[in-house]
Design a protein around this ligand. Sequence first.
Ligand code: AMP
Length: 290
Amino acid sequence: MRIIHDLDEITETARGWLAGGPVGFIPTMGDLHAGHASLIQAAREECEYTIVSIFVNPLQFGNDVGIVRAPHDIARDLQFLDAQQVDVVFLPRAEEMYPANFSTRVMFSGPLAERLEGGFQPEYVLGYATVITKLFQLIRPDVAYFGRKNAQQVALIRQVVRDLNIDVKVRVLPIARDADGLALGSATTILSAAERQAANLLYQALLAAKALLERGERRLALIEQAMIDVTAAAPLLKLDYATACDPVTFAPPGDTLPEILTDLLLLIAARMNGLRLTDNILLRDGHWQM
Ligand code: AMP
């Protein structure tokens, strides 16, 4: 496994592979877990070469870096990636990604930029759209792999790729969960027992909303309230939002959902002791994807 820090070197390496077969790319922020491993696995099966990047993008967090509580153990991440038989790990340096004269941003508008994650972390959308465009430009992967865990991020990437005509196939994989349903995340590996129990209520809340929808409830306020009620059992959890939206545009569904549901995203986000937790379930073509 090669470790590359240098921007020119990653571009040169990826271009050198052009004739050898498809390149799969998995952007991450480190603190790797089984969710990341599922993306790597898919890339290894479908592509000739696999590149994983680890970069905590300063542009994306604004003043909110505090939500990343865990100290990043890069040695552990590298061991993890070596065991997954990744070809290259790309660890760009922030000062090279954003030199002093850096001044271009990928701007965004509409519900995808302004609602939910866009509302709670305004820096996030602009920063993420910009960094992912830079990474795509540097590596020019054939396929890029993402988890549906970050549903808004996925919608954003699809929009950027479409709007800027970026030549990459976007593959989205299901959410890796623990046996009790908790969506794996960097935060979930460092939870205390009490935090772990509270965190699991996010998934339970989504299931409660799903059950209501299946019983024919269509009033958005009642579906949201069902999720709020479930999470209220853990005062540790500070809910950012619990709602439903269009899975592509992230537009709100209106006060009353249509009688016949085809596509709908139920999503929830909360803070707990300086950590941020998110989860979602997706109704796609009338079938639930957990
Ligand atoms: P992050 O390191 O948090 O930026 O995540 C990197 C990628 O891993 C993103 O595409 C995430 O959606 C994906 N990911 C994170 N957690 C999970 C999970 N539990 N299941 C599947 N993919 C995940």
